[in-house]
Design a protein around this ligand. Structure first.
Ligand code: AKG
Length: 288
């Protein structure tokens, strides 16, 4: 039941779960229609990659009519992991579809329940095309904060959204509940996939049981940046498409060394909420 004293869209039960466990799953938060602009951005990049592979003589067919779920996997089916990694293990393009997704009111409503209504969209957002047989798709155990250890920003909330059904075959997210109150653990950079992901050793993971989080497309998993998480390899024949977006209160370190984030929601200064044009110009706020 809607609780008048809580702003945003989460129920008290959901907020309590998040506070206690360090994460919350919101099944089917976004519809296919709401995911479409981001999918369009991903398709645009895939077409660019296909063109480059064709020009380089690595493929003979751009597979233009293959479905979103399969095309990128099939383009690289006979190529090497290095061929794939040339395009990056994750992507952070400034395409309109990503801005629209990061500004989606259903996402912001959920985040508002956890951090209030003055919301800054953190510069660290990723599109992850996890393709079969590329080891770099599997992300080792880590805390997101290991990527910004010196940032004075708290809390940073990751919103992880798959654009296909994510499951244990294609490499869904796994989490260690209740680890969000741990300190930042000493990490190392793994050295076998060519990605340099930050990683923790087995003996740093503690006794907390791992929870696998298979979720349908458009669901959201929100978690705190100290929460231990990882994802497994993609053993399917499809691409496990996902995005990870991040939000924090506006009065925190905006982490400019990671790029330009933007004011996504403000009740105090609604006129300062960034527009698409501001975002393209890397202006965190609208200035008029
Ligand atoms: O998408 C994945 O497989 C891993 C995501 C992740 O580690 C993150 O969002 O921090």
């Amino acid at each position: 039941m809607f609780n008048q004293s809580i702003s945003g869209s989460l129920t008290k039960e959901q907020i309590d779960f998040y506070d206690e466990q360090g994460y919350i799953v919101i099944p089917h938060l976004l519809s296919d229609q709401e995911l479409e602009p981001a999918k369009e951005a991903m398709n645009q990049k895939v077409s660019m990659i296909a063109e480059e592979l064709l020009q380089a003589g690595l493929i003979s067919d751009k597979l233009e009519n293959r479905p979103f779920k399969y095309r990128l996997a099939e383009l690289f089916a006979n190529l090497t992991p290095d061929d794939f990694l040339k395009f990056g293990r994750s992507w952070r393009d400034r395409l309109p579809g990503y801005f629209h997704l990061m500004s989606n009111s259903k996402i912001l409503d959920a985040v508002e329940s956890l951090i209030g209504g003055e919301i800054f969209s953190n510069p660290v957002y990723n599109t992850r095309p996890k393709i079969p047989k590329v080891a770099a798709g599997a992300v080792p155990w880590h805390q997101d904060k290991s990527y910004w250890p010196d940032a004075n920003s708290n809390p940073v909330i990751t919103v992880w959204i798959p654009l296909v059904d994510a499951n244990e075959v294609n490499g869904c997210l796994h989490i260690k509940p209740k680890t969000h109150r741990t300190k930042l653990l000493e990490w190392h950079n793994e050295n076998h996939t060519g990605t340099g992901y930050t990683a923790l050793n087995e003996d740093q993971l503690g006794k907390t049981k791992t929870v696998a989080l298979p979720v349908p497309s458009g669901s959201a998993i929100l978690f705190n940046d100290r929460c231990l998480h990882m994802s497994t390899p993609n053993e399917s024949d499809e691409v496990r498409w996902s995005v990870d977006l991040r939000y924090q209160p506006t009065d925190q370190d905006r982490m400019p060394s990671h790029g330009a984030g933007f004011l996504a929601r403000s009740y105090h200064f609604p006129e300062r909420v960034a527009t698409l044009e501001d975002w393209f110009a890397e202006k965190p706020e609208h200035e008029e």
